[in-house]
Design a protein around this ligand. Sequence first.
Ligand code: SAM
Length: 339
Amino acid sequence: MTSPLTVLDTLGRPMRDLRVSVTDRCNFRCGYCMPKEVFGPDHAFMARTEILDFEEIERVVRASVALGVRKVRLTGGEPLVRRNLENLVRMLVGIRGIEDLTLTTNASLLASKARALADAGLQRVTVSLDALDDETFMRMNDVSFPVARVLDGLAAADEAGLGPIKLNAVIRRGLNEHAVLELAERFRGTDTTVRFIEYMDVGHSNGWRLHDVVPAAEIVAVINARWALEPVDPDYRGEVAQRYRYRDGAGEIGVISSVTQPFCGDCTRARLSADGRIFTCLFATAGHDLRGLLRSGVDDASVADALRVIWTGRSDRYSELRTLDTVDLPKVEMSYIGG
Ligand code: SAM
């Protein structure tokens, strides 16, 4: 559905989703995202004054909703390390027009936060979990964080009504391929849908190689060989995951194949970094600063105008153009612009 206010980019794509990174900090050091060698004790994270405050975030979200955004996802970094995040949730719930308000988290702090987030009006959460055995999971998060505490967070979210929960698992060749069947088995027959993500060449610090990517088709084939699957039609244009259901009625899985089957043509996502830049592609090399404008005392209409100019000029389709040469372009880190 296209509302009269919808703005389209140069390829005819509306702006429907906004991912808001509330912090560039994270308490995990996953090698594919914030490896310790790059994000070590000396790493300079953003200063407090550089980061948008909740009022500033609310203004950008309000402006984006006026231009057609319907889904807002809070992310990071790890969003739950930002203090009093539930206050931001409460502010965003007050914006008319948001149909889906969600949060992506590693769930390390979710057990103690789920109730407050649900009470504030958060609708759902997506939890990231790459393996069910501590050895693999700790090797991946690189801070010795145990699986059991993520599962506690998941259970608390479920109990607080933050479901149905989606669970994201990045699969990396030679590291956690065995987790595909284990995660599928663990969550079959539950409300939780596991979405397997192809390891992507976001940022630079992860030293991405095509060889490390386990293609979505391979993941589907592995699961299908054990429990027969059939494809499910997308719910809406721009749905990120390709969905499959178990033929025996035990629920669904999803795969996110941004490397092997890019979906730029349907990409309706904008990203707001913690320091107030708008990125129109996950693989962008630069963002558009809104913080200066927000802090210059302009009214909300001017913020919306600036966003409109950014979106109508958008032509990104990095994943469709990806070649071995583009891998070395100066892209920003995912922890910075929000996953
Ligand atoms: N800290 C939160 C979390 O862990 O969900 C939110 C931010 S994190 C950047 C968002 C998602 O991006 C996570 O599911 C993470 O696994 C995924 N991610 C990070 N780097 C990735 C990469 N190189 N390829 C694919 N997915 C990646």
